[in-house]
Write a new protein. Sequence first.
Length: 208
Amino acid sequence: MLTNTPQTSPVLPRQLLHVGCGRAGKERLPVYFQNPQWQEIRLDIDPGVNPDIVGSVTDLRMVSDASVDAIWSSHNLEHLNSFEVPLALAEFRRVVKPDGFVLISLPDLRAIARLIADDHLTEPMYDSAAGPISPLDVLFGHQASLAHGNHYMAHRTGFTGRTLGQAVLAAGFAEVRVYEGQRWDLWAIATMPETRPEVFDELSEVMQ
């Protein structure tokens, strides 16, 4: 006897738009995104890093409205001019789904200012893949990269926890929470009207 077996649709991976991806591979993503549930879409203004999409965070016209489940922006907004930041954040909100979220990380200028006030402007704070990072690098961009002609590494603006929260909230997100990191950095989670509130707890370990 023949019977009809119910067909279940495959679960499609959620779309992660990784803006300003640089050369980082998937292993450099926050652990939260390092599983088959997420499909990374790499976007960068520099074609030399072979992104999936070449473009600026201030103009995501190649990404459809409400088409991605999450955005990961790591140390990108400080590369913009201050007047461009609202343009980028508005684009983030436009392309993320009504139940999606945005995760942002960038330097904490209040923390950096304390080091500068103590006269540590050029002393290394920590080592990165690009080499030692000093408060001077955080203020104006990685000096060694700039010296080698990589003008994309210049910094043109900066944030404290208060100004970052204000900027993201002004872009129209339903809720924004800003956290101080452990490496002179800030983290912001911006959610949409239909985002699950559990997202804040799920992302808590990312910011450790």
